[in-house]
Design a binder for this molecule. Structure first.
Ligand code: NAD
Ligand code: ZN
Ligand code: ZN
Length: 337
């Protein structure tokens, strides 16, 4: 089978022909139809973060496909089912985080396309209990970005406290941000979208943002404060300056939700202002299997739009360049059908 492989943090990915993997008793094998390109895959391939994957590895945590083989212990899914293989490849299922609805914080978790091989391949193995069924009728090219960009921002919007009467700033309208904007609107919030390219600002308007700020030429915090400040800001841009701007865009009692993970990501927190303003700063990491089921259901109900372009897996290195140059409409998806 064909797979895109990171062999070295400084080299381009290689397209390899690998043997078809055999599922262990608890695993399923998924014939991948589509896998989205999350900016995280670029961080993974470059070894950007303090905890690094070990090359060689296959990136990808927005894999969607059809189960074609199941191990003997797998119960809740069958051959022929369409499933997603998200970032949370598996967790222990027993720790306090796992049993209280915070499996994404499990210390024993494995991560698709990072600590275990992911969806940039024709076939991928996955834990039978951690794949998430994709509802009938969902296009796999839509389901793929929902498996990370969707669930991550759906969770971040929940964490932000967005609801009618609140104002939520979305910093970065990329793969994650274009969905964050839609979930904030579904939650009933007034929305402010921020980006640095004309295309993304136009997309934000098209998706119904109430206010749009161009961070290239406008002072994000000042513009947001003119509107009364943001009750919550969700940081989705791969830029330290954008975190600082999002923090300064908050009104008193506001919450900054940190999601983007640049190499050397840093936020300088002025203690006096944070205390006096009663500001909250919270990190948010992907979402649970239940969050993803809710994301798929919202899409099945027609409430969200996935803005995407299809690519061939062979073009993976050019695709990374496109994303880094900000030339992508929102999400690139490898179509492996
Ligand atoms: P992306 O490249 O598709 O989107 C980033 C967007 O930010 C682009 O639209 C870009 O134009 C915009 N941008 C750049 N500079 C900006 C600035 N100064 N102000 C406002 N906008 C700016 O990336 P993505 O796939 O959406 O991922 C975003 C980040 O989120 C990555 O660091 C990724 O690793 C991280 N991520 C985190 C989680 C999590 O669970 N916390 C999950 C998935 C991805
Ligand atoms: Zn991701
Ligand atoms: Zn656990």
């Amino acid at each position: 089978m064909k797979a895109a492989v990171v062999q070295d943090f400084t080299a381009p990915l290689a397209i390899e022909d690998r043997p078809l993997p055999t599922p262990a008793p608890h695993q399923v094998r998924v014939h991948i139809e589509a896998c989205g390109l999350c900016h995280t895959d670029i961080h993974a391939a470059h070894g950007d973060w303090p905890v690094k994957p070990t090359p060689p590895f296959v990136p990808g945590h927005e894999g969607v496909g059809i189960i074609d083989a199941v191990g003997s212990q797998v119960r809740h899914v069958r051959v022929g089912d369409r499933v997603a293989i998200p970032w949370l490849a598996e967790a222990c299922g027993r720790c306090d985080h796992c049993v209280t609805g915070w499996e994404t914080l499990c210390l024993q978790q494995q991560n698709s396309g990072y600590s275990v091989d992911g969806g940039y391949a024709e076939y991928s193995l996955a834990h039978g209990d951690y794949v998430v069924p994709v509802p009938e009728g969902l296009n796999p090219l839509d389901a793929a970005p929902l498996a990370c960009a969707g669930v991550t921002t759906y969770k971040a919007v929940k964490v932000s406290g967005a609801r009618p009467g609140t104002r939520v700033l979305i910093s970065g309208v990329g793969g994650l941000g274009h969905l964050a904007l839609q979930y904030a609107r579904i939650a009933g919030a007034e929305t402010i979208a921020v980006d640095v390219t004309d295309e993304k600002l136009a997309l934000a308007r098209e998706l119904g943002a109430d206010h749009v700020i161009d961070a290239r030429i406008q002072d994000v915090a000042a513009e947001a404060q003119k509107l009364g400040g943001a009750d919550a800001a969700i940081s989705l841009a791969v830029s330290n300056a954008s975190f600082q701007a999002a923090y300064a865009a908050l009104r008193r009692g506001g919450t900054l939700v940190l999601v983007a993970l640049p190499a050397d990501g840093k936020l300088e927190l002025p203690v006096f202002d944070t205390v006096l303003n009663g500001t909250s700063v919270v990190g948010s990491i992907v979402g649970t299997r239940q969050d993803l089921a809710e994301v798929f259901q919202l899409h099945a109900l027609g409430r969200t739009r996935v803005i995407r372009e299809s690519r061939r897996l062979e073009d993976v290195n050019a695709c990374f360049e496109e994303v880094l140059a900000g030339k992508v409409s929102a999400r690139l998806v490898f179509d492996l059908r």
